[in-house]
Design a protein. Structure first.
Length: 290
């Protein structure tokens, strides 16, 4: 049986087909333009693929409440043309197959716990740090939605004593995204992160903010693992610094065997950037089951 997967991002749309065991059969990438310029091409891609169901993991915010009149909609995004767009409805109408739907970061998390190094773990957090910051949470083996869905990138942080930067987020200024996403790095230091690889001060400050976020998540959600993905985390030197900063800021308050092995507790994504697509395949398989 073949499943369709759509990782719907604010910059690009990744479309793929695959099997339940996580084998990707075919994959294309299309730019994210306005819906009327983007969706028809995606529908054309899937129409002749004989897929049994489609999994969509989308940028948001999105409405994940099946009882809501706007279920399946992208809601208050500032991306032109996409606010209040019924993305699930568009594919339901065109393809007439079961559709699984979640956030982009929950899709990546689902891919990691289904097919990646975190397979079988029931309490995991996935955070992507790139142009923006997003997070997905699995608690007790279930993806957390709640009132809407977690927006971990907008948790408020205290500024480092030596950092005068006010934060870039237009809503909160000094949230995780405002202080540590890629645009904040470029804004603060005058260059992109990839061009600052040898500047230790950049990554020590970055680790301070990400480590602070790790502490908040450990103390509130008590995960068994935290996975960090996204473009900023391609700077591999960050992992050691974040683990050290997390331990330092925890201050010895939590003392568990998992935290004794920080290299196995705060980890990189393990699926070569295919975690989102693989999560969509799992969403599609679950939708067909339901």
């Amino acid at each position: 049986m073949i499943y369709g997967a759509l990782e719907a991002g604010g910059t690009k749309m990744v479309c793929a087909t695959g099997t339940k065991d996580g084998k990707i059969l075919d994959q294309i990438t299309l730019p994210t333009l306005k819906p009327e310029d983007t969706i028809p091409g995606i529908i054309d891609y899937f129409k002749d693929k004989n897929i049994a169901a489609l999994g969509i993991a989308s940028f948001g915010p999105v409405d994940l409440n099946p009882d809501s009149p706007t279920y399946g909609h992208i809601t208050t995004t500032p991306k032109p043309g996409w606010a209040d767009y019924d993305i699930v409805g568009a594919f339901k109408k065109a393809l007439n197959i079961p559709i699984g739907f979640d956030t982009d970061v929950n899709g990546s998390l689902l891919g990691e716990v289904t097919f990646g190094d975190s397979k079988g773990l029931s309490d995991v957090i996935y955070i992507t740090i790139g142009t923006g910051v997003g997070g997905g949470i699995m608690a007790g083996g279930k993806l957390l939605h709640g009132m809407l869905h977690p927006e971990l990138g907008h948790m408020l942080l205290r500024s480092h004593p030596s950092d005068p930067y006010p934060g870039r987020c237009p809503f909160h200024r000094n949230c995780l995204e405002g202080m540590a996403a890629g645009p904040a790095i470029e804004d603060r230091w005058g260059a992109k992160g990839k061009d600052l690889a040898s500047n230790d001060a950049v990554w020590e400050l970055e680790a301070y903010y990400i480590g602070q976020a790790m502490v908040n998540l450990i103390l509130t959600l008590s995960p068994k693992r935290i996975i960090l993905g996204g473009g900023v985390m391609h700077e591999k030197q960050l992992f050691k610094l974040i683990r050290e900063e997390t331990k330092k800021q925890l201050g010895g308050y939590i003392n568990t065997p998992l935290l004794h092995d920080m290299a196995g507790y705060i980890v990189p994504a393990s699926l070569n950037d295919d975690q989102g697509i693989l999560g969509c395949i799992k969403l599609a398989a679950d939708a067909l089951k339901e």
